[in-house]
Design a protein around this ligand. Structure first.
Ligand code: FAD
Ligand code: SF4
Length: 507
């Protein structure tokens, strides 16, 4: 009996208990052309994954593991998970493949197929990178009619003993969201320190040259690559966030500002998702900053809620709902994404600004994703799975398990209310309140009809009209639907006509 221990590109945690069983059996990592091209991946994303995987390979070799590694340009490389895995099973003469739970159902299926075709068995073991295992989440959700993130978060916080004072939450309340929704107002954002940029070493330089040569037509530009690719760099990025930006995290969490993509956000999602950082160490570092008086409770709780609450919650949803979840399309949306989601070229300043961050950094912060790019796609009526695929291509931190519930579920309401209780539908008035974008835009966020009408506003009213019957039983939509009912028929006809034009030819 000989086992091949497979490490996926988003499982780069050398501290995982997975490695305790390896001994002198082979460990395999594979770069695959099919993964780079099944959606046309952003160049920064490709550099990130290939460079981090190569660094991880070297770290494992240094620790004495017998590592096998497929580079994407190796002529022997079969190019996709199924066939490359089958090839290695033959070369290494193993009868079992052992892997942690893949965070992508498509990959899981391909591994099953690869093992079956090569006559090996596949052993999938839990992924200890998460604070809540798949089994625990399934147990937590059993018998619950509705899955409320807040309930999950509180139970996990108690179990982990995070920000707890005996049985009570630190600061006397569980949730400081009310303090965390401020906009920047006329003064604009303060000068937050920028996240660190990590200089490219020889490995990263080599990968950059490879990506430039092999994927010249993919979106983005390798010249702006600055993400951590080693555990050391990731720990440094965490330290810098805790020292520089955690104290101001939260209050302006939902605010957006022209030319300022990062603000007080941590920009740690890629490092956590590739497992260069463990979520527990991230949470503990934030908690320690509070204990030392370095950051206030609203900032620290707001941050911990994202990592310990939302992140673990969406992962649990994915693991317990797949594969059927990917098919859900509660609003029966069938449209396509506008070209501006690839080029950033549009007259809508909000979309242009957010796309500039995505194209330059493979990044946009939560509200830019949810309340600009996600919102516009939902209002246009784009197929939610297409939005998810676009997301997988363009964001450095996107992996199926985290993108699908956030995109198809939270932002597109494709799951009909499993992740969020109502659609995140809003007009240009929301963007205007939470950003400075509208001031320099040729459209007017207050107008729903006419040449200057804001496309968000027109499409918002038309969205409510189109889905009025479907949403009428959702009591959280009551206020918005009452406002719709105040619109007279002539205005609704004019809105509808303009909305049809926008859908046929998005600006
Ligand atoms: C439409 C949409 C798509 C998204 N797709 C992804 C994705 O593909 N990958 C991804 O990691 N996050 C995704 N998110 C969640 C969130 O927007 C990003 O984690 C965050 O913007 C990353 O930037 P940051 O590290 O600066 O986060 P911060 O604002 O500093 O938040 C801290 C950390 O909390 C975690 N987090 C916060 N919100 C969520 C959430 N809803 N789900 C999971 N983790 C969360 C992340 O690890 C993040 O690094 C998505 C959100 C939306 C609305
Ligand atoms: S006016 Fe409308 S399109 Fe222009 S920036 Fe504001 S929300 Fe976006």
């Amino acid at each position: 009996m000989r086992t091949l221990h497979l490490v996926l590109g988003d499982q780069l945690d050398a501290g995982s208990a997975f490695f305790e069983e390896v001994g002198d059996e082979p460990v395999l990592l594979m770069e695959l052309d099919a993964e780079a091209t099944f959606v046309r991946q952003h160049k920064l994303r490709l550099v990130l994954f290939f460079s981090a995987m190569r660094h991880f390979r070297d770290a494992l070799v240094e620790r004495g593991f017998q590592v096998r590694y497929s580079t994407v340009d190796d002529p022997e490389n079969a190019g996709d998970f199924e066939h490359e895995l089958a090839r290695w099973i033959g070369v290494l003469e193993v009868d079992t493949v052992r892997v942690r739970e893949p965070g992508d159902w498509r990959v899981r299926d391909a591994l099953v197929a690869g093992c079956a075709s090569a006559g090996a068995s596949l052993r999938i073991v839990p992924d200890d990178h998460f604070l809540c295992s798949t089994k625990e989440f399934a147990h937590w959700r059993r018998g619950r009619k509705q899955l409320v993130m807040e309930h999950f978060y509180r139970s996990l916080r108690k179990r982990e003993g995070v920000l707890m004072n005996g049985g009570e939450p630190e600061g006397g309340q569980w949730n400081f969201d009310e303090d965390n929704r401020a906009s920047f107002g006329k003064k604009g954002p303060p000068d937050y320190p920028e996240p660190p940029t990590h200089r490219a070493d020889a490995i990263t330089e080599e990968v950059i040259a490879l990506v430039d040569e092999r994927y010249p037509d993919h979106p983005g530009d390798t010249a702006t690559f600055a993400l951590p690719v080693t555990r050391r760099q990731a720990r440094y990025a965490l330290r810098r966030f805790i020292e520089d930006r955690l104290p101001t995290f939260g209050r302006h969490q939902d605010a957006m500002a022209t030319g300022r993509p990062f603000l007080s956000h941590s920009v740690l999602s890629t490092a956590i998702n590739l497992q260069l950082l463990h979520p527990r160490e991230v949470v503990r570092a934030a908690e320690a900053a509070y204990a030392e008086g370095h950051a206030p409770i609203a900032a620290v709780e707001g941050f911990i809620r994202q990592v310990l609450g939302w992140r673990e919650f969406v992962r649990g949803i994915y693991m317990t709902e797949m594969p059927a979840y990917a098919e859900r399309n509660a609003l029966e949306a069938e449209g396509s994404l506008p070209e501006s989601y690839w080029t950033g070229e549009t007259e809508m300043v909000c979309v242009r600004e957010c796309m500039s961050a995505v194209l330059t950094h493979g990044y946009a912060h939560h509200i830019q994703r949810l309340m600009v790019l996600g919102l516009y796609a939902m209002l246009l009526g784009v197929d939610p799975y297409e939005v998810h695929e676009w997301h997988l291509a363009m964001y450095s931190d996107a992996i199926d398990w985290v993108s699908l519930p956030n995109v198809l579920g939270m932002s597109q309401f494709g799951d009909g209310g499993l992740v969020g209780t109502k659609p995140y539908a809003a007009s240009g008035a929301y963007v205007s309140r939470m950003s400075d974008y509208c001031g320099s835009c040729r459209f007017d966020p207050k107008q729903a009809t006419g040449d200057d009408a804001c496309p968000m506003t027109t499409l918002y009213w038309d969205f409510l009209r189109r889905h009025r019957d479907r949403l009428s039983s959702n009591h959280r939509m009551g206020f918005q639907l009452e406002n719709l009912a105040r619109k007279d028929d002539d205005e609704l006809v004019a809105i509808r006509k303009r909305a049809d034009r926008l859908r046929a030819d998005p600006v």
